[in-house]
Write a protein that binds this ligand. Sequence first.
Ligand code: NAD
Length: 497
Amino acid sequence: MTNQLKIYADGFRQSETRDFIPVLNPANQEVLAEVPCATPAEIDAAVAAAGTAFEAWRDVPTIERCRLMMLFQAKLKEHQEELAGIIARESGKTFVDAMGDVWRGIEVAEQACNMPSLMMGETSENVARGIDTYSIIQPVGVCVGITPFNFPAMIPLWMFPLAIASGNTFILKPSEQDPMTPTRMVELFYECGFPENVLQLIHGGRDQVEALITHRDTRAVSFVGSVGVGQHVYRLGTQHLKRVQCMTGAKNHLVIMPDANKSQAINALVGASLGAAGQRCMAVSAAVFVGAAGQWLPDLRDAMAAAKPGVFDDESAAYGPLISVAARERILGYIEAGKKEGATCLLDGSECSVPGMPDGNWVGPTLFSDVTSDMSIYREEIFGPVLAASQVDSLDAAIEFVNASPFGNGVSLFTSSGGSARKFQNQIQVGQVGINVPIPVPLPFFSFTGWKDSFIGDHHAYGKQAVRFYTETKTVTARWFDTDVTPGESNMTIALK
Ligand code: NAD
């Protein structure tokens, strides 16, 4: 019998729905599970139960909430290999990459344990004679998280540990493409002794997302996914007066100066463009070679050609299959478009196969050079193992090229010049910058600060900004009397004193 995943809507339960989506192993199309599309009644039950749980959870001392979060952090570590095994099977990631997916999430759970300091307010004594003002940080209520397929452990963990440690209750709607990992994480969460209903789990797709973000009793929505869906979620959520943050798609550049360390730059380009089959929002999908660095393209092609995809437990595999048949088809379409639009295809991964795995969603490493900014392989997020290389004459031209892109998630510069690096970090219009670091994802005590079309909202994911997102600030102005009113003193004069 197929493994039918549970939802958590006022408790773990089997959904009453008749609408299921198969969860497929992308290496061979084996059906691993069926994910239910939760019914409207189940969504209502989840929101109502989260609302009731909030009334008690918000009053649990922050430090006590964090003690439970510490147990969850330890539980995730204990189960890191088990979770990585599930990720590898349902998403196709290599085991090493899947271990990293869990680890980067564990780091956020760790950061959530710091909530007592993160929720401290500010105090100002004597804002007027005898009057003090201080701020109190309080949770907003029932929060919703909508997550993509590409980090089934890390991205849910960007959200619910911080929201819950700060006193909210949370409803997670993970990707329907790899929902087994988040389902297991919710089970592990409740093994730590959290009160029931603090975290809910709703499975499904568009209908379930829309029901959650338009529901009268949800307050804040965190979304991570593609640009188009993010814009839709932002518009719909804000129309329904929700606080919304959307971390969306990207096209990340790596700029290579001729004074860069050549082997480091090539190694970084291979890892950052092909790792996780290019299905990372911080993957490098555009290389910009400055001046004589363009002569390194043949070496880059050879290094990329040596990287082979394979199944998750093949230790020699550089990356795994694409998430779905549709994703593979889309990427093959882009490779064809690149050829037609006039880019030079130095390495073509369209005919890729892996021995013994004829049905896997394989795409081999692909490299284009002479790419111009009007080509679709440059303009659009491909989300596959395809690197589009462009050549420019100077650092200024590279900065102008990158700044013209509508995306602003991540960018890197490889150079040995401090002056070039300083100029680059100052002038580049991108929210996360790496200097000789190819994928500059900040650790969770900073925030994940994508810009431009890669982010919609005010406060970013994790770090201090996420605490602001999941909380309200209340400002108290207080006066304690030790005298009676002086004759002739009015309320107005007291206030103005
Ligand atoms: P997606 O947009 O297809 O799906 C994301 C979530 O939205 C899923 O839970 C899905 O069920 C839901 N969804 C899909 N269509 C919807 C609709 N029409 N209305 C409402 N909800 C809908 O994204 P994906 O393919 O799962 O993930 C890949 C994308 O995520 C890429 O664009 C990648 O760049 C982006 N991403 C961004 C970041 C970031 O931090 N900026 C991080 C990871 C991934």
